[in-house]
Design a protein around this ligand. Structure first.
Ligand SMILES: [Zn+2]
Length: 135
């Protein structure tokens, strides 16, 4: 086998591994969502928020709130991952001075409600201003 064929095999193997990982993660997520739904139903009976035969709007409202909670959790984690990937410094957009970056926590009002986010910020000593490289 020549180098080209070996390289092709390695690429194919790497793609198959990535595909298999994605399939396993999707199966895991599907299972976790089913479990979360089951726990939500049990919780609603245990805390009395759903008793007897409720109106469908009550069931729908509780389910929707769980979806919003999951959305906020995903948004916060995605932003934390992005913040961790940022470089250590960035140039000030005004004067071009290279400034150290630090993590800045702030509350954001997403379409699914408020959540705390970590984002990268810097303070330029020359301009005496803060800036957000990812904005
Ligand atoms: Zn500056």
């Amino acid at each position: 086998m020549d180098d080209g064929a070996i390289g092709l095999l390695e690429k194919t193997s790497s793609l198959e591994a990535a595909c298999l990982r994605a399939v396993r993660l999707q199966e895991r997520l599907d299972g976790l969502l089913r479990e979360a739904a089951e726990v939500q139903v049990q919780l609603s009976r245990a805390d009395g928020s759903i008793e007897g035969i409720p109106h469908y709007s009550t069931i729908e409202g509780q389910a929707h709130e769980l979806g919003r909670q999951l959305s906020r959790e995903v948004q916060a984690r995605q932003m934390n991952e992005l913040a961790a990937l940022q470089p250590q410094t960035a140039k000030c957009p005004d004067c071009g001075t290279r400034c150290e970056l630090h993590l800045h926590r702030r509350e954001v009002n997403s379409i699914d409600g408020p959540l705390p986010l970590q984002e990268v910020a810097a303070h330029c000593l020359c301009c005496r201003r803060d800036f957000f490289p990812s904005a």
